[in-house]
Design a protein around this ligand. Structure first.
Ligand SMILES: Cc1cc2nc3c(=O)[nH]c(=O)nc-3n(C[C@H](O)[C@H](O)[C@H](O)COP(=O)(O)O)c2cc1C
Ligand code: SF4
Length: 646
């Protein structure tokens, strides 16, 4: 496989052989138990990736001390009782020749009392607003010594649990990062102030862990190469610290970036180009001899190969890429690029984690449910009709077909994709098409009989008389017919604008300032149209998810074409004006050539009602947004389950 020469080259970290240069990066998943033990579904998930030849896997931030626990169901190695379950995990990975890495962590100032039961402990009383603004307890010298001992004890447990390598989590604003950074370390004793003093905690943790693990055991460090906050660490600072630890025998460096206050720089959304953090890995490589692991939206093996060829790194962490498709490497090597269920950097996974929920994946509902969602052949083969070729319908169709059912899929438009057809329009939203692209490929590859441009009626369905009918008819924009002036020619909706069916004007009013409204406004702005976004809420973008908000809201604020009016609504529409009401005051906005409803969706479910009343075909089911408008993660999951339950 000449094309992937570098990627497939075995590597060595210390004396440890790694079968290729691919690596699955660390991801807290909230799949442990309350004490930090590994669960069976955690193991099942990892095995699925190991089976598909990933060279090494770093599990996740693993707490060394309950005070430093970052999340409720995070893994821990804080007690000897944790060893047994972690051992089951490493044994399972070793069966496939995959290197198992643990990442030892203490959440420090990013911690939250409601998760730990303790006040967060940190070098200084600098709260982290992003994680709730708890004022940390300033660690005493005794606390510091105790923490160092806990690192060493956790490292011993990691070795006893069979991990091949240990990474010290020195990134993302956690304790090692906090002591190193002048942004979070305001101490005036020997652990703060001068460079030498800020190095001290990290150096002592490194020395204690090294002493515990011995010289031959691979020990690395994850660093945020740049914190991307005012007064924070930059590449020059972090390179110097890594050089310092390299001089003491550090074996590898894993290069990330950002802290909670600059969270988009930890986990790039689709607003960023792939591989945006490679310059930081390359910057480390320039000054270090030890292997460098790169990270950050490396979602394509071809791209990863190029980074290795350019000598920007020695290994590539691909976290969300393996999360979305455990087979990304094997499919790439087989040349099945189209069959890759590609991560689109929507960041729903991290939103789930920050929202104290179980991590899963929009495009891969099986993530973390590998055993229960394994695709099994159907006991009785049936004829299945799916009406609606959006995400839910396509998911049901492809899974049902893979299970052996005879599936036909009917879509009223001339192409599959449903809501993604419009949702993927605009400069920063194109990646959404990946969710549809993969399903379109899979529907066809699974032998589904696809009918485009065919709007089904009750009579059509009855005539075909399938064993099972799945109605996944989606939503349509809601344009209130009772609003005065709603029939004026300037009135349109978000789908028509985004799909290019309405000519873009010069001065628009966009009704709706949440995800759909902002997508529409940005699209209009990209096409040179000024827009006033009207929303009755106190804030825009509340449904975007935390990290996405940190990216999109400043962009909207800086967009000269977009004006936002909160606590407002449109009362009447004229030929070239709209009357806007705000807290009892009315104003006429003049010179308007578009009023775009981008506010609300309505369910398309008349077929379900008609079938229920008719009663001839009893075996039907309404799924997806047509049952209730929701987020893509829920509708794909529902489609995935429907396909398995037939
Ligand atoms: C849900 C989620 C959880 C994460 N948890 C961790 C973690 O436990 N430790 C860590 O160092 N980084 C964590 N990260 C950051 C990733 O390791 C990685 O640096 C980032 O996602 C960019 O890489 P990617 O584009 O390949 O996903 C997490 C990211 C996500 C999306
Ligand atoms: S949830 Fe979104 S960002 Fe996370 S792995 Fe899946 S596709 Fe990627």
């Amino acid at each position: 496989m000449g094309e992937f020469k570098k990627l497939l080259e075995p590597g060595f970290i210390k004396n440890l052989k790694i079968k290729n240069r691919t690596s699955m990066g660390p991801m807290e998943k909230q799949w442990g138990d309350r004490l930090g033990n590994v669960t069976q579904f955690y193991i099942d998930y990892m095995v699925e990736r190991a089976k598909n030849d990933v060279g090494m896997i770093t599990m996740e931030s693993t707490f060394i001390d309950p005070v430093g626990r970052g999340n409720i169901y995070q893994l821990g190695l804080w007690d000897d009782s944790n060893i047994a379950s972690h051992r089951r995990l490493t044994d399972a990975l070793h069966e496939y020749g995959t290197i198992a890495v643990t990442e030892l962590q203490h959440s420090s100032r990013t911690g939250a009392t409601y998760k730990t039961g303790f006040q967060p402990a940190a070098p200084s009383a600098v709260p982290c607003e992003v994680s709730g603004g708890y004022i940390p307890r300033v660690m005493t010298i005794d606390d510091i010594k105790d923490c160092i001992e806990k690192y060493a004890a956790a490292a011993r447990r990691a070795r006893e649990a069979g991990y091949d390598m240990v990474t010290l989590h020195g990134a993302h604003g956690y304790i090692l990062n906090s002591f190193l950074s002048p942004f979070s370390n305001k101490r005036t004793d020997e652990y703060g102030g001068s460079l030498e003093n800020r190095y001290r905690f990290g150096t002592e943790v490194y020395q204690a862990v090294r002493a515990e693990l011995g010289e031959d055991y691979p020990l690395g460090y994850r660093i945020s190469a740049d914190e991307f906050v005012e007064g924070g660490l930059t590449l020059e600072d972090t390179r110097a610290f890594m050089k310092h630890l390299e001089g003491m025998g550090l074996d590898y460096v894993d290069v990330s970036s950002g802290i909670y206050e600059s969270a988009p720089m930890i986990i790039h959304t689709m607003d960023f180009a792939p591989g945006g953090l490679l310059p930081y890995a390359a910057g480390m490589k320039e000054v270090l001899e030890i292997p460098v692991i790169a990270t950050g939206r490396l979602n394509d093996m071809r791209f990863a190969e190029q980074a290795l060829e350019r000598n920007e790194c020695d290994y590539v962490h691909m976290l969300r890429a393996f999360h979305a498709d455990p087979e990304i490497l094997t499919k790439t090597l087989r040349g099945d690029i189209e069959d890759i269920n590609m991560c689109m950097a929507c960041n729903k996974c991290i939103d789930l984690m920050f929202g104290d929920r179980r991590v899963s994946c929009v495009v891969n509902p099986s993530a973390g449910r590998e055993r229960e969602m394994a695709i099994k052949p159907a006991a009785h083969k049936k004829s299945v009709m799916v009406v609606g070729g959006g995400l839910a319908g396509m998911e049901t169709a492809r899974i049902a077909a893979q299970r052996g059912h005879k599936v036909s899929l009917y879509e009223k438009e001339d192409e599959l994709g449903g809501a993604v057809r419009w949702a993927s329009k605009g400069q920063y939203r194109e990646e959404w098409w990946q969710a549809a692209r993969y399903r379109i490929h899979s529907v066809n590859a699974s032998g589904v009989d696809v009918h485009l441009g065919q709007e089904m009626t009750l009579a059509d369905i009855k005539a075909a008389n399938p064993d099972v009918v799945i109605l996944a008819t989606g939503t349509k924009p809601f344009v209130p017919p009772y609003l005065p002036g709603v029939n004026k020619p300037i009135v349109t909706d978000y789908t028509k604008v985004l799909l290019g069916e309405t000519k873009v004007g010069k001065n628009a009013v966009v009704i709706g300032g949440q995800n759909i409204g902002l997508a529409t406004a940005e699209f209009l702005s990209e096409h040179g149209c000024k827009c006033t976004v009207i929303d009755d809420a106190d804030a825009i973008g509340t449904d975007l998810g935390g990290i996405k908000q940190m990216v999109v809201l400043p962009r909207i604020e800086g967009d000269e074409n977009i004006t936002v009016r909160l606590n407002s609504n449109v009362e009447r529409i004229g030929d070239d004006w709209a009357e806007v009401q705000c807290k009892g005051e009315s104003e006429i906005l003049e010179g308007i050539d578009m009023v775009v409803f981008a506010w609300n969706r309505d369910m398309v479910r008349h077929l379900a009602d008609e079938m229920a009343v008719d009663g001839t075909l009893e075996n039907f089911r309404l799924i997806g947004d047509a049952a209730w408008p929701r987020e893509p993660i829920e509708v794909i999951y529902e489609g995935a389950m429907a396909g398995r339950q037939i």
